[in-house]
Design a protein around this ligand. Structure first.
Ligand SMILES: Nc1ncnc2c1ncn2[C@@H]1O[C@H](COP(=O)(O)OP(=O)(O)OP(=O)(O)O)[C@@H](O)[C@H]1O
Ligand SMILES: [Mg+2]
Length: 821
């Protein structure tokens, strides 16, 4: 007689539930009872139970177990252990690993069962394969007992086939703690994308900070001013960051392998590398784009960490395994998927989860343990994820990361040109439509038209020299290296710009504006050095900054070698050498490296460059420390290096903004010599507050006040024009002070006593009385040569430049305050 029994394995052992059908012999009375139960083997000194069991209150289960115990003469607490519930039994098995061979638990029936089912679970030790076959024998014994006892119960009167009884068997491995790999699986699945994308975010912060620091300290602009192409600057950083990305990708993948992470061990190396590299590439491009909005490195860090924090939150929600795939399903609008495609961590998370789902150990609920994934091959990269048809293949995710990068680079290119940040001329929002941007030169009229308000401004000038300069600036027949025509510069804030666009003039004017340059006309010729003098805020640096393209003029024109700085700034910069008012140096480069860098930017051959570096450093006494980092330099040494930088590469125009500020007298003399020697064959504009410097170095001196040119000419001419004549110094022999006053006042009528101190007199002889000087001088000589003469010593000097300066600027200050009131 045979009985068909259904044995249910756990439904999730495979995707389809499996049913095994066993044919079992019904035992006959007394048959196989004397068989030996399995020999108990455990570790030495560890108790070994043949079987642990619980009937969990099921009386028939208790009967079956009693039959087993009596058949095989099993002894309680020696051969077997009894528990009151499954929970209690599993807890014991968990805490007593390898102390039993089998476990048996009878499970209460489901109340929905229509037949009287006896369910039991057999527990086995998955690490002891030699016991797997005996497990089936044990099942056979138990099943035989069940059938025997049921038949006994039915008194063999009814065919079991027609009865309402059935038996259900489950298998379970002994409970055990999660292994490190299982824990890894959970960690990777839940937070892997977040963890790895957050670590990559630091690349974004570092690159953003680097870009903004160079902008903040005008290092970028300094190189651009010295002739470096924007594209070269951009490429140099891009290549640097790409190398960092390469290293980052390699360290990530190799690190994962070294630390035995399944995802890195079971996936294709090239795919992993591509994923990490493309991700860091997209983040770097994002940092380029973000850098266009920030001026200060402090803000760059704030922005970088804000992006990191937002990414962290978004990653935890969106980039989480299930949600990433959900976004692709047709239940969710494609809008979200498209939007998130522009968010690199999302694309990264998608591919990461693709790889993780094939490489990480999966929990097999049939086996009740984690089994290693099938692995992620290079072909899987091009195939969609099998279980979700709507999820695109991984290569699309990586492709999107590269596309994101390109998209951010295009935005960077646009914003960098349109947003000036005070670091260069801002271009029109449609700059890319102009052929000149792409280097295509269209036909342009050579005729230079004078600004329309020329007549008004001309009549406004008070002095002839300024009027002459006005005309000279417009005389294109006279060659000039620098030609500045009616230059104006107004610094207006954001609100002021808006106000001028939307409000009537009289209201808009209420929003503060700073007129740094009001009407400047200036010409500098070849072999000429013009000094710009003026009070703080007179507009000297602004003039220079417009010539270098740092600021864009609000009105008027500026030309260098007949090239308009507004439209041909790149060509202009090739001819410039600049020493800015504030040193722009890299702390971690030496003086020699600085000069070689700028020499290279100017395109001078290496050999010649080395010679120039040596002679320039010699000329300012820096050759001994030329190989030291500039962060170790004093302020004066940095200044001298800045002067050398301006002079390297034979520029056509050298702009020196207060070059000798902070230099000791010896270094200053050296710097003067260098500047003096450099004058030959080029034009130079120098700003200074030291009158002796202007006197010594310049061919012409221009004094500015409140953004306007107040006087211009050679040192002699402005002294004679604006000076107050001559100063006569007389030292009287004691007791003859009054006689001296009488004598001199007799000779020169309009004489002024400037100072009188213990017999030392300073008189001012006005210009119209200069004719009287010869008479006076011969009288002085006579008096001083006589032993009993009234004069001990005397001297005469022309008005100093300082006096002229004070006179001119005081006058303009007066008119300025008068205008204001
Ligand atoms: N970026 C700017 N934004 C707003 N105002 C500015 C800016 N740069 C300069 N100014 C203003 O323009 C005016 C002229 O400044 P500039 O630097 O040209 O003076 P300067 O003659 O070089 O003075 P100093 O001798 O102190 O160097 C000043 O009032 C200054 O405040
Ligand atoms: Mg200045």
């Amino acid at each position: 007689m045979s009985l068909i029994m259904e044995v249910n394995f756990d439904k999730s052992i495979l995707t389809q539930p499996t049913r095994n059908i066993h044919e079992i012999e019904i035992p006959r009375e007394g048959n196989s009872k004397k068989l030996q139960f399995y020999e108990c083997k455990a570790a030495p000194n560890v108790p070994c139970y043949k079987i642990v069991y619980t009937s969990d209150g099921i009386s028939f289960g208790e009967t079956v177990m009693s039959q087993l115990v009596s058949d095989y003469q099993l002894k309680l607490d020696k051969d077997f252990k009894n528990f009151t519930s499954v929970k209690e039994m599993e807890a014991w098995m968990f805490s007593h690993q390898n102390e039993t061979m089998f476990g048996l638990a009878f499970i209460p029936n489901s109340i929905l069962d229509t037949v009287d089912t006896l369910s039991y679970t057999l527990y086995y030790n998955r690490s002891r394969e030699e016991l797997h076959f005996p497990l089936l024998s044990l099942q056979n014994i138990i099943d035989n007992n069940i059938i025997y006892l049921r038949m006994k119960e039915l008194n063999r009167t009814q065919d079991l086939m027609d009865s309402r009884y059935s038996v259900q068997v489950d298998y379970k491995s002994f409970p055990q703690p999660l292994t490190t790999k299982d824990g890894q699986t959970l960690v990777f699945k839940i937070s892997g994308p977040t963890f790895f994308s957050i670590s990559a975010m630091f690349i974004l912060i570092v690159s953003l900070n680097n870009l903004v620091v160079e902008k903040e300290f005008r290092l970028r602009f300094s190189m651009i001013m010295m002739g470096m192409k924007e594209s070269a600057y951009f490429l140099s950083w891009l290549i640097t960051f790409l190398v960092i990305s390469l290293v980052f990708a390699l360290v990530n993948v190799l690190g994962g392998m070294i630390f035995q992470m399944s995802i890195f061990l079971n996936a294709n190396f090239v795919v992993l590398f591509l994923l990490f590299f493309s991700f860091s590439f997209s983040l770097i491009c994002l940092s380029f784009f973000l850098s266009t909005f920030i001026k200060e490195s402090r803000n760059a860090l704030i922005l970088g960490f804000t992006v990191l924090a937002i990414s962290f939150i978004l990653n935890l929600t969106v980039s989480n395994g299930g949600i990433v795939y959900l976004l692709y399903s047709d239940k969710i609008s494609p809008f979200f998927y498209i939007i998130f495609s522009f968010y690199p961590p999302f694309n990264f998370a998608k591919v990461f989860i693709d790889i993780a789902s094939k490489t990480l150990p999966e929990y097999d609920s049939a086996l009740r343990r984690f089994v290693s994934g099938p692995g992620y091959s290079f072909t899987d990269f091009f195939v969609g994820k099998n279980s979700y048809d709507y999820v695109p293949a991984s290569w699309i995710g990586v492709g999107l990361l590269f596309l994101d990068g390109l998209f951010f680079l295009i935005l960077y290119w646009y914003c960098d040109n349109v947003i000036s940040d005070g670091n260069g001329i801002r271009k029109s929002p449609i700059f890319f439509l102009y052929p000149s941007y792409w280097g295509i030169q269209c036909f342009r009229s050579k005729e230079h038209k004078a600004p329309s308000d020329d007549n008004i401004t001309f009549s406004k000038f008070e002095t002839d020299d300024v009027k002459v300069e006005f005309k000279r600036a417009r005389d294109w027949s006279q060659p000039a290296i620098v030609r500045i025509i009616s230059l104006r510069k107004t610094f207006s804030g954001f609100f002021s710009r808006i106000a001028h666009k939307i409000l009537p003039q009289k209201y808009a004017d209420k929003f503060s504006e700073k007129k740094a340059l009001k009407e400047l006309n200036l010409v500098v010729r070849d072999n000429e050095c013009v000094s710009l003098l003026g009070h703080n805020g007179a507009g000297k640096s602004t003039t220079m900054n417009i010539l270098t393209g740092l600021f864009e003029q609000s009105h008027g024109e500026a030309y260098v070698s007949d090239l308009d700085v507004k439209t041909s700034i790149s060509a202009v910069r090739k001819q410039l050498g600049i020493c800015p008012q504030h040193d722009i140096l890299w702390d971690d480069l030496t003086a020699e490296e600085h000069l070689e860098l700028f020499g290279d930017l100017k395109g001078i051959p290496r050999k010649e460059c080395k010679e120039q570096v040596k002679s320039l450093l010699d000329s300012v006494e820096l050759s001994k420390v030329g190989h030291h980092l500039t962060k170790t330099y004093s302020g004066g040494m940095k200044r001298r290096l800045s002067i050398c930088i301006a002079c390297i590469g034979n520029p056509k125009l050298i702009l020196l903004d207060e070059p000798t500020t902070g230099l000791d007298p010896y270094s200053r003399k050296k710097a003067w010599n260098l500047i003096h020697n450099m004058k030959k064959g080029r034009a130079m504009i120098l700003t200074t507050h030291a009158m002796d410097e202007a006197d010594y170095l310049s061919d012409r001196i221009a004094i500015m006040a409140n953004g306007e040119l107040k006087c211009i000419g050679t040192s002699l001419s402005i002294k004679s024009q604006y000076g107050s004549g001559y100063n006569l110094m007389v030292v009287a022999n004691s007791g003859h002070e009054d006689s001296i006053l009488t004598l001199i006042q007799h000779k020169v009528k309009d004489l002024k006593v400037v100072s009188e101190n213990a017999g030392n007199f300073i008189f001012n002889i006005p210009k119209h009385q200069v004719s009287e000087l010869s008479d006076l001088i011969s009288e002085m000589e006579k008096q001083s040569s006589r032993i009993d003469g009234i004069i001990k010593d005397w001297g005469i000097s022309q008005t100093t430049l300082e006096e002229v300066y004070l006179k001119v600027t005081q006058k303009s200050e007066f008119s300025f305050s008068k205008n204001k009131t």
